[in-house]
Write a protein that binds this ligand. Structure first.
Ligand code: ADP
Ligand code: MG
Length: 898
């Protein structure tokens, strides 16, 4: 009762404050504009190579870059691609990274956001076996991101948790605050249903996952609002074949339902397996997506939460086994909802105002394996399922692509979130309802190379998408520190009660009792009799006194209240000013943040550029190396060609000098030959000259014959030894003149001599009576060796014009010899001269032979006649000679030794 008095005072004050409207409502803090964007944070985790794998195709180059290299047997180069490719991420975690380190970098900021009323989405992406589940859930002894997130949440909000059932899901994605009575009733109902001990510390933890949670390692978020109450709700769903299943749904045994598969395999706990019913996606009034009718379990500790998760996990395993599904093809989504609402002004209970309840959620998604269908070798309906799973990952890829394009090109294409459940469920995140992070898991084994390449490309593209930064939620309108004051008040109360030594129901007795004591005590009010006029007036007086005191007290009270009010107003004013100052500072901070962000972006851009340039340099280096190599080989070739050229040049020079030698030799030879011929000609001419001289002399002698018969012609001294010319029809051959070379005379055949009758074509038929009779002769127009070889005699019919103008025919005869060289040689032996004479013109008869030599014309052929006495002339033709019909006439003057 007394407590109501004090709280009544406060309420009264509140009433005054609100009624008079003098305390202005705190203006909502300035919202930072929602134009700030953050790229999707993409992290890469490389798991260790399995024991059975040998070849590794991934190398961690730095803490932001990995390099993929094609395994040896792969034709990765067919498109001219480089064998090595590098991919950069926000951070790369190598094989030695611990789960704690990963959590600190990747999930801790999301949990902090969750506590500050911001949403977060974290998913693991990669090929089956790349470590997605290891990263998200963990392995025995190594809790993953999920249990660690739960640990951090409970470690942070532990003392500020609301009692169970204070918050209640409204099944429309929102939360309601239950009144205390309902909450209490619900709690009692729960206690009566379950047999589990209430305190989580004493609860037995399932040993199956006990070592996956490690509260000792838990992080703690700063800045938890002490004046708020928190509650955690979890849901666990599975998306398989584009159907959503609630893994936490309680499915009571339903005897009416037909048995699954006809067999109705009894489970461990003796319940029939009932295939789960798929759930639908809905949009709430804030356009946020949620799974309609999805179970949300309120949990009060990490252990409890993880137990719920594990229950879902088991259910998932059983369903997959029963329905013959492959768990690597399903996406699992664990949703942690954190509900917070401010305490009321007393700091005692949660404010009963639905609008003041804030709900933030963290979605932890373990996506299906990203491998292509071909790899899983699925058939029939499972192929279709696999197709759907691929479809949902494909849709995710498409959505990311469209988002990126919209952001980069300023387009406004529709993002096809609705094409698959996974993207539809998370569309709000990409529209700026929270932070998005992705851990790309990779197995470095060579078998996965091609799949990993696709994963890397997707991951690189994803980090180019920017998501709007979630705005800060406005905080409630009460002054801070309510919980603490309430706590302090309660403590003080207990202390004072203890001071009074005894439990008194009600609050602070001292103030009220003191007040009561200050009133004058009432006089006795018993009336003695009908004429007792003392008691009543005394009572009236006392009451009046009391009334006066009361009025004084009210006045005092009002005065104090007014004072308090003005104080409060002043404080409020201060508070508002401070608040404004804070929001101003926040604005500045935001600007600074923006600047830093811009600079960071610039740094990122430059880093990317420099990486790109490094890459280009590398390529150029490679190209230049190739060119260098080419140059070297060309140089080499050039050198060898030059050498060859030099060699050929020197060969040519040698050849030239040799040719020159030959030419000069030949020249010399020919010069000699010419000289020799000239000499021969000279001799011949001299001979002719001499013959003419001789003839002239003879002529003179004949002329002078009549004058002196005794006179003998005189031979020139140089011709003394020569045989004087005989006046005969045919001068006989000189026996002293041997053939030029030892020739061998052809033996005459039994049939007599055989002639070669040589008549040059220039001869004219003269109709002479006397013709040489040469039976069996071979007639030729030019002498041939063939003809000569068959005969032993040779005759040349030669015509010339004599001095008197008549044609003179000479028959130059000779014998044919075989030369040692195998050729034929003719040695002239005889000349017959046949001459026609016109009797009228002939004054004097002469023997034809006499006039011949004396009137010889200039024709050299005629010179034969008289020279034969002194010269031996041979026509020599060598075997194989190609000099043709031009035979050589050799005139050798026969000289006696002086
Ligand atoms: P996924 O979920 O991608 O198919 P899992 O998480 O099931 O792959 O990993 C497959 C196997 O590899 C598991 O036995 C897991 O323990 C192991 N593994 C994965 N990542 C790591 C890691 N980083 N360190 C040690 N073992 C790992
Ligand atoms: Mg897995």
């Amino acid at each position: 009762m007394r407590r109501r008095g004090v709280s009544g005072v406060v309420k009264h004050l509140n009433m005054i404050r609100q009624a008079k409207g003098k305390t202005p409502r705190r203006p909502p803090p300035k919202k930072p504009s929602n134009t700030q964007k953050d790229p999707v944070g993409v992290y890469c985790r490389v798991r260790p190579l399995g024991a059975e794998d040998e070849e590794c195709c991934i190398e961690v180059i730095s803490n932001t870059t990995i390099q993929l290299h094609a395994p040896d047997g792969l034709k990765a180069n067919r498109n001219g691609e480089f064998k090595e490719t590098q991919y950069s991420f926000k951070k790369v975690f190598g094989i030695k990274t611990t789960q704690r380190e990963l959590f600190e970098d990747v999930a801790k900021p999301l949990v902090e956001d969750l506590i500050y009323c911001k949403n977060g989405l974290l998913f693991t992406y990669g090929v089956t076996g790349s470590g997605k589940t290891h990263t998200m859930t963990g392995s025995p002894g190594q809790g993953g991101l999920l249990p660690r997130s739960l640990d951090m949440i409970f470690n942070s909000i532990g003392p500020y948790q609301a009692k169970r059932y204070v918050f209640k899901p409204d099944d429309k994605n929102g939360m309601e605050v239950q009144n205390q009575v309902d909450a209490l009733l619900d709690r009692q109902k729960r206690d009566s249903q379950t047999t589990v001990p209430k305190t989580p510390t004493t609860r037995r933890i399932d040993p199956e996952f006990a070592d996956m949670i490690s509260p000792a390692e838990a992080f703690k978020a700063d800045g938890v609002d002490e004046d708020s109450s928190y509650s955690v709700f979890v849901s666990y769903i599975e998306i398989y074949n584009n159907y959503i299943y609630d893994l936490l749904e309680e499915t009571p045994f339903d005897p009416i339902k037909p048995k699954w598969n006809g067999a109705g395999t009894p489970l461990r706990n003796n319940t029939e397996f009932i295939p789960p019913q798929s759930k639908l996606l809905r949009e709430d009034q804030n356009h946020n997506m949620y799974v309609a009718g999805c179970t949300e379990v309120e949990v009060k500790s990490t252990e409890e939460a993880f137990e719920v998760f594990w229950r879902g996990q088991k259910k998932r395993r059983i369903a997959n086994t029963q329905l013959n599904r492959e768990s690597s093809r399903s996406h699992s989504v664990f949703i942690i909802k954190l509900t917070q609402a401010p305490l009321d002004a007393d700091g005692d209970n949660v404010l009963q105002d639905k609008n003041q309840v804030n709900v933030s959620q963290l979605c932890l998604v373990d996506l299906a394996g990203s491998e292509r269908t071909s790899r899983t070798r699925a058939e029939g309906s499972r192929l279709r399922e696999a197709g759907n799973i691929n479809q949902s990952l494909m849709t995710l890829r498409t959505c990311i692509e469209v988002l990126r394009e919209n952001q980069m090109c300023g387009t406004n294409k529709m993002v096809p979130y609705r094409d698959s459940k996974v993207t539809h469920l998370f569309k709000n995140y990409f529209d700026g309802e929270g932070k998005v992070r992705m851990v790309v898991c990779v197995n470095p084994k060579a078998d996965d190379y091609e799949e990993t390449l696709l994963v890397m490309r997707f991951a690189e593209m994803t980090q180019e998408v920017e998501v709007a930064r979630p705005v800060d939620r406005p905080i409630c309108g009460f002054a801070a520190g309510r919980r603490q004051r309430n706590q302090a008040f309660k403590e003080e109360l207990t202390r004072r009660l203890e001071d009074r030594g005894g439990p008194v129901t009600g609050e602070s007795p001292t103030v009220l009792s003191q007040l009561l004591q200050s009133f004058p005590s009432l006089p006795a009010s018993e009336i003695a009799g009908p004429n007792d006029d003392v008691t009543l007036p005394r009572l009236i007086e006392a009451l009046e006194k009391r009334h006066k005191i009361r009025q004084m007290m009210v006045e005092e009270y009002n005065k104090t209240a007014n004072m308090l009010k003005s104080m409060l107003q002043e404080q409020d004013g201060n508070f508002v000013a401070k608040e404004n100052f804070i929001s101003e500072q926040r604005g500045r901070l935001g600007e600074k943040d923006k600047m830093i962000q811009n600079q960071n972006n610039e740094i990122d851009r430059l880093e990317k550029k420099s990486k790109m340039l490094e890459y280009k340099i590398d390529i150029l280096q490679k190209t230049s190396n190739i060119h260098e190599e080419d140059k070297r080989s060309l140089q080499h070739e050039l050198d060898s060609r030059e050498q060859r050229l030099q060699r050929e040049l020197s060969d040519k020079r040698r050849m030239e000098s040799r040719m020159q030698g030959i030419v000069s030799d030949t020249k010399l030879k020919w010069e000699k030959e010419c000289e020799r011929r000239v000499n021969a000609k000279q001799l011949e001419m001299q001979n002719k000259l001499w013959v003419k001289d001789e003839k002239l002399k003879q002529l003179k002698a004949i002329v002078t014959e009549g004058k002196s018969e005794n006179r003998q012609p005189q031979r020139p001294s140089r011709e003394k030894d020569k045989v004087p010319p005989k006046r005969s029809v045919s001068p006989s051959p000189v026996p002293t003149v041997p053939p030029v070379r030892p020739l061998h005379r052809r033996s005459h055949s039994a049939g007599g001599e055989r002639w070669v009758d040589h008549k040059p074509t220039t001869n004219v038929d003269l109709d002479t009576v006397m013709q040489p009779n040469l039976p069996n002769a071979i007639k030729v127009t030019a002498p041939s060796e063939k003809a000569l070889s068959k005969c032993d005699k040779y005759v040349l019919t030669h015509q010339e014009v004599a001095s008197d103008g008549e044609i003179q025919t000479k028959l130059i005869k000779g014998e044919v010899f075989k030369t040692r060289g195998g050729g034929q040689s003719v040695q002239f032996t005889d000349i017959e001269t046949l001459k026609q004479e016109n009797p009228a013109s002939a004054s004097r008869k002469r023997r034809s032979s006499e006039s011949g030599p004396s009137h010889e014309g200039e024709r050299k052929d005629g010179d034969w006649t008289d020279v034969e006495t002194r010269c031996s002339v041979a026509v020599e033709m060598r075997a194989g000679s190609n000099l043709g019909p031009g035979y050589q006439h050799h005139g050798y003057p026969k000289r006696r030794k002086p």
